[in-house]
Design a protein around this ligand. Structure first.
Ligand code: CTP
Length: 409
C-alpha cells in the first residue's frame, strides 16, 4: 500500500542533481519524494544531464526540469530565484566535489548553484565522489564551511565506487536520503526536545547456541513508529530485536536479542524519556537455561522447560506510578480473539495511557504484512477504530495521539 508521508506531503522540495554517476539514483530519490506527496522540482547541472536525461525526471515529477538559467528568465518571476525561495527543502544528490566547492564559495554559475544560493529553506547534501576527492583537504574544508553555515549532510558511505575500487565516497541510498530529509524537515516539530523510546520486533530466547524460541514479528510497525516520532522532532531510541528492517536515519538504534536484554536497554533509555511505546513482540517465556553446546538429537523426546520473562511494559508503567516518568506509556495488544475485551483488560492491568489493539489472525493485519487494522483505546476508555491502513499510516496516527497525550501532561 502506497503511503503519503505527512512530513513531506504538499511540501516543496527542490532536488539538485549534479554530474556524477550517482545521478541515476537521484531518479529513485525523486520518485520516492513524489510518492510521499511532495511537490518536487528538479534542477540539473549540465554535467548531470550527460548522465541522466532530464526527461526521466520530468516524467517522474510531471513538472519541467530546470537546466538552463536563461530559459527560466522567460518566466514572469525570475526562475532561478523563485525555485529557491519557495522551497521548503533543497536536496543536492549527488553533490559532487565540484558542486560542494561552488557552494562553499557562493558561486552562481549554474542554475543548481544559483538556486542553492537563493534557497531560504534548509539544504541537505548527499555527497558522492571518488574516495581520493572526498579525502582531499579541499573537499573536507568545503564540507566544514558548509556545515558551519547550517547545511545538513548524509553520507557518503563506503562501498564500490564507479572506478571499480572500494572506498568512502558512495552516495547514500535514496531510502536513506529520504529519511534524512524527513529528519531535517521535522526537526522543529511538535515532539522536538522530547525523548521517545520505541521497541520493535520479536525477541529470541536461546535454547542452545544455534536455536531459539521466537515469533513472527517483522519489526515493521515499531520501525515505522520510530520514524514517525523522529519526523516530529523527537529524540528517538529504537530498541529492536533481530529484524530485516533498516534502522531509520536520525535516531539511536539499540539491537538486542532476548527479552532480558530488551528490558535492560529499555530501562536505561526510559530513565529520562518522555514516552515509551512498546511495539515489540516480547517473548513471554524463555528456556529455563540455554545449553552451552548444541543439543544433539537422541531417540527420545525433548522437553523444554520454560520460565517467565519480565513484563517490560508493566515494569515501566509501575516505575511511572512511583516517579512520574515517562509521562506517556503506550502498549500494543496482539490478540487472536476477543480483541477489544483483552486489550481493555491489558490497558487497565498494565496502567497504560493508550493501547493499540490488533487482530494478528486477520489476513491484512498483524505480522509481516505491510498493512494493519487497529483499534486505539485510551486510559479514559475512548475507543477509536482505524480503517485498514499501511503500517506507516498507523504509526502516524499513533504518534499524533502521543503528541496530544504529551501536550496534556
Ligand atoms: N510486553 C512486554 N513484556 C513482555 C510481554 C509483553 O513489555 N514480557 C508488552 C508488549 O510489547 C505489548 C504489551 O506488553 O506492548 C502486550 O503484549 P501482548 O503479548 O499482547 O500481551 P501479554 O502481556 O504478553 O499478554 P498475553 O500474552 O497473555 O496476551
Amino acid at each position: 500500500m502506497e503511503t503519503e508521508i505527512p512530513i513531506l506531503k504538499g511540501r516543496s522540495v527542490v532536488v539538485g542533481v549534479s554530474g556524477g554517476i550517482a545521478a541515476y539514483k537521484a531518479a529513485d530519490l525523486t520518485s520516492r519524494l513524489v510518492k510521499a506527496g511532495a511537490q518536487v522540482d528538479v534542477v540539473m547541472t549540465p554535467a548531470a544531464a550527460e548522465f541522466v536525461r532530464p526527461l526521466t525526471f520530468q516524467a517522474l515529477t510531471h513538472r519541467p526540469v530546470a537546466l538552463e538559467m536563461f530559459a527560466l528568465w522567460q518566466e514572469t518571476e525570475i526562475g532561478h530565484v523563485s525555485l529557491g525561495k519557495r522551497a521548503d527543502l533543497m536536496i543536492i544528490a549527488p553533490a559532487t566535489a565540484n558542486t560542494l566547492a561552488k557552494l562553499a564559495h557562493g558561486m552562481a554559475d549554474t542554475l543548481l548553484a544559483t538556486t542553492a544560493l537563493a534557497c531560504r529553506g534548509p539544504i541537505l547534501l548527499a555527497p558522492a565522489m571518488e574516495s581520493g576527492m572526498w579525502a582531499n583537504p579541499a573537499t573536507a574544508d568545503n564540507m566544514k564551511v558548509l556545515e558551519r553555515r547550517g547545511y545538513f549532510s548524509v553520507g557518503p558511505e563506503s562501498g564500490r565506487l564507479a572506478s571499480g575500487a572500494d572506498g568512502l565516497g558512495r552516495m547514500s541510498e535514496p531510502e536513506t536520503i529520504l529519511d534524512a530529509a524527513r529528519w531535517v524537515l521535522g526537526r522543529r516539530g511538535p515532539l522536538a526536545g522530547e525523548k521517545v523510546v520505541v521497541t520493535a520486533g520479536g525477541t529470541r530466547e536461546a535454547i542452545d547456541p544455534v536455536r531459539f524460541v521466537g515469533n513472527h514479528s517483522s519489526g515493521k510497525m515499531g520501525f515505522a513508529l520510530a520514524a514517525a516520532a523522529r519526523d516530529r522532532g523527537a529524540e528517538v531510541t529504537l530498541v529492536h530485536g533481530p529484524s530485516a528492517q533498516r534502522a531509520p536515519y536520525g535516531l539511536r538504534a539499540v539491537a538486542v536479542e532476548s527479552a532480558e536484554q530488551m528490558q535492560a536497554a529499555v530501562w536505561e533509555a526510559a530513565g529520562d524519556a518522555a514516552a515509551i511505546i512498546m511495539a515489540a513482540a516480547v517473548a513471554d517465556y524463555r528456556p529455563k537455561s540455554a545449553a552451552e553446546h548444541k543439543i544433539k538429537k537422541t531417540r527420545g523426546e525433548l522437553a523444554l522447560e520454560l520460565v517467565r520473562t519480565p513484563d517490560i511494559l508493566a515494569a515501566v508503567a509501575q516505575r511511572r506510578r512511583q516517579s512520574g516518568a515517562p509521562r506517556a506509556v503506550i502498549g500494543f495488544a496482539a490478540e487472536t480473539d476477543n480483541v477489544l475485551e483483552n486489550a481493555r483488560e491489558k490497558l487497565a492491568r498494565k496502567g497504560l495511557d493508550l493501547i493499540v489493539a490488533n487482530d494478528v489472525l486477520a489476513a491484512d493485519s498483524g505480522f509481516a504484512v505491510d498493512t494493519n487494522r487497529v483499534t486505539l483505546i485510551d486510559g479514559g476508555g475512548v475507543v477509536e477504530a482505524l480503517p485498514l491502513m499501511s503500517k506507516t499510516a498507523v504509526a502516524e496516527a499513533v504518534i499524533d495521539r502521543l503528541a496530544a497525550l504529551l501536550r496534556r501532561v
